[in-house]
Design a binder for this molecule. Structure first.
Ligand code: MN
Length: 260
């Protein structure tokens, strides 16, 4: 069987069962050493959460949608829209995380978000089956080069370089569902240098976590290791080198970061 065929078979198995089968062992050589698996620490465990892909939901809190210039959705809820960051754009863990101020921007913005960490996957997942795929939750930051994003929007170009740069996905300690359940309400807040910049409530998310997962799974086959950043409340704003960030979601946990 060719490698391509093996890859296809694994993908079919993943889509069919939502889990990866035990991998066959190949005598494999590479032309250079493959990148290590990016993995995040988990509260109360020595085992790490291996990251696959990072999906992000845009404009999921009405107040933030307004501050970004969206018209009020008088006609009803629009479908969620998604963008991505590379899996290795994640910087995470416990304690104060050092996050590099990225190149090519003069307007780096913070967006504090609830992060969903998947241990299962599949395509066309039903809303009521979606919580069963979740391993845990974390407090995260969707860092954004707002000037690059704005320029891309203006020209109708992709957002990737505004959103998916190195260290753009900050993620606190992953809290397993077994410890925190499935938080659907609770304050989400971000302080920068001790001053509250963003404050909202998970209950104000327009698209709730199970519906986000169900919708996303109609677009791609979800897989164990996928992270979903679920959108940010209002109050996004610029960061400078030296800023200290403290994120907190009631019932989930905290995140501490410093821009260096
Ligand atoms: Mn965001």
């Amino acid at each position: 069987m060719s490698m391509l065929a093996v890859g296809g078979a694994l993908r079919q198995e993943l889509l069919h069962t939502g889990t990866l089968p035990a991998l066959p062992v190949f005598a494999m050589t590479y032309v250079f050493t493959p990148c290590p698996v990016v993995a995040l620490p988990v509260a109360g465990s020595d085992a790490r959460f291996p990251v696959r892909r990072i999906f992000c939901v845009g404009r999921n809190y009405a107040e933030h949608a307004r501050e970004m210039g969206a018209a009020d959705q008088a006609a009803g809820l629009e479908p969620p829209f998604f963008f991505m960051k590379p899996g290795d754009a994640v910087v995470g863990g416990d304690g104060e995380l050092a996050v590099a101020y990225p190149p090519a921007t003069a307007n780096l913005h913070h967006e504090v978000e609830l992060v969903v960490a998947l241990a299962g996957g599949g395509a066309d997942v039903a809303v009521d089956a979606a919580p069963g795929l979740i391993f845990g939750y974390a407090v995260g930051l969707d860092l954004t080069r707002r000037d690059l994003q704005a320029r891309a929007k203006e020209k109708g170009h992709p957002w990737d370089m505004g959103k998916g740069f190195d260290q753009s996905a900050v993620c606190g300690l992953i809290q397993p569902v077994t410890a925190v359940g499935h938080p659907a309400s609770g304050e989400i807040r971000l302080e920068v240098n001790g001053e509250t910049r963003q404050r909202g409530d998970l209950a104000d998310m327009m698209w709730k976590v199970p519906a986000i997962i169900a919708n996303l799974s109609t677009l791609v086959g979800l897989a164990p290791g996928d992270l979903i950043y679920t959108g940010t409340p209002s109050g996004v704003g610029p960061l400078q080198r030296g800023d200290r960030l403290a994120g907190r979601i009631a019932g989930v946990g905290t995140l501490a970061a410093r821009i260096v």
